[in-house]
Ligand binder design. Structure first.
Ligand code: FAD
Length: 308
């Protein structure tokens, strides 16, 4: 079967695109690694119109329910590996070897946490190394943890850990903690948080589970070890566009370049929306609007293509 449209990504941008595609009665499917995206990482969104405050998981759940109610087909555990063009049709392959043929594509694959790329990190992910404090902070009861990254998301991880961990080290590579000053003050008042600046993480220590973090003091050059059982990594996000890097034009940050009016990428018939693109503002409401734009553009493209 050749679909009218395949949407890649099941979060704010992709689910909004699905709502619009369903209302336009397109023959489409949404493929996603997991429904929810980055919104799963925050328990309070206070700037999405219609909700004074809502948790990220609840917000995307509502979007998913709306798309399903309109008849959208959503397939999870479908991580897209590659996109090819064969004549006028695109072929999408997922990591489990499935192939999907389609006339148009919307890429809404967002961003994912950037790894530290230090020894021990990969091996101990899920065994003490975490990229989601909301999900995992309760696992570290009465033990010391480290948060790598002193920006706002690092401070959010520290805040999430306060009710559970016995001690929280926040490590910042630069000379100053850059996250919100008010949150820093609140964290200091807990008496549980220690800020360490000029710290370069060198290694995650541990055999089966994390039992330490080794860092270098960038001023003295001295190597030190913190005896922690959990490590939250908050060193930024990277666009999930690797699977189209040889196919579509990306900017220097690795984001998909789009025409900001139509969401068209450098390849006709492929549209992109949300955090994976080169739009300036990365927010749920923006991603949802971009998903809607991309779906309407895909619809217009299909209408034009079907005209004699
Ligand atoms: C800690 C934190 C707090 C935030 N707080 C707010 C806030 O208060 N308000 C706000 O508006 N925004 C907030 N944001 C930003 C907001 O979450 C993002 O702007 C929004 O999630 C972007 O949506 P998206 O659909 O573009 O991408 P994402 O949310 O990144 O979702 C990408 C989707 O694509 C899927 N995917 C990725 N690669 C593939 C692939 N190869 N194949 C198939 N599927 C794939 C993922 O599984 C996911 O479903 C926050 C972000 C973080 C990290």
């Amino acid at each position: 079967m050749v679909y009218d449209l395949v949407i890649i990504g099941g979060a704010s941008a992709g689910l909004s695109a699905a709502i619009y595609a369903a209302r336009k009665k397109l023959n489409f499917i949404l493929l996603t690694d997991k429904v929810g995206g980055q919104s799963l990482l925050t328990d309070s969104i206070e700037n999405y119109p219609g909700f004074v405050s809502i948790s990220g998981p609840e917000l995307v759940k509502k979007m998913e329910e709306q798309a399903l109610a309109l008849g959208a087909e959503i397939k999870e555990k479908k991580l897209v590996k590659s996109v090819l063009k064969i004549d006028k049709i695109f072929e999408i392959e997922t990591h489990d070897g499935e192939k999907y043929q389609t006339k148009t594509i919307i890429i809404a694959s967002g961003k994912h946490p950037r790894p530290l790329n230090v020894p021990g990190e990969k091996e101990l992910t899920g065994k003490g190394v975490s990229y989601c404090s909301i999900c995992d902070a309760p696992l570290f009861q009465e033990v010391p943890v480290a948060v790598v990254g002193g920006g706002n998301s690092g401070l959010e991880s520290a805040t999430d850990s306060v009710p559970y961990a016995s001690l929280i080290y926040v490590l910042e590579f630069g000379p100053k903690i850059i996250g919100d000053e008010e949150t820093q003050e609140k964290l200091k008042k807990t008496g549980k948080v220690e800020f360490i600046v000029n710290a370069q993480t060198l290694k995650v220590a541990g055999d089966k589970f994390v039992d330490g973090l080794v860092y270098k003091d960038r001023i003295s050059g001295e190597e030190k070890e913190l005896k922690v059982k959990g490590i939250f990594v908050n060193v930024g996000q990277t666009p999930s566009a690797g699977f189209v890097k040889d196919f579509l034009e990306l900017n220097q940050q690795g984001e998909i370049a789009i025409d900001h009016k139509t969401n068209q990428t450098s390849v006709e018939g492929i549209f992109a929306a949300g955090d994976v693109t080169d739009i300036k503002y990365k927010q749920c409401v923006v991603a949802a609007a971009e998903g809607a734009k991309a779906a309407l553009s895909a619809y217009n493209y299909l209408q034009k293509a079907s005209r004699p």
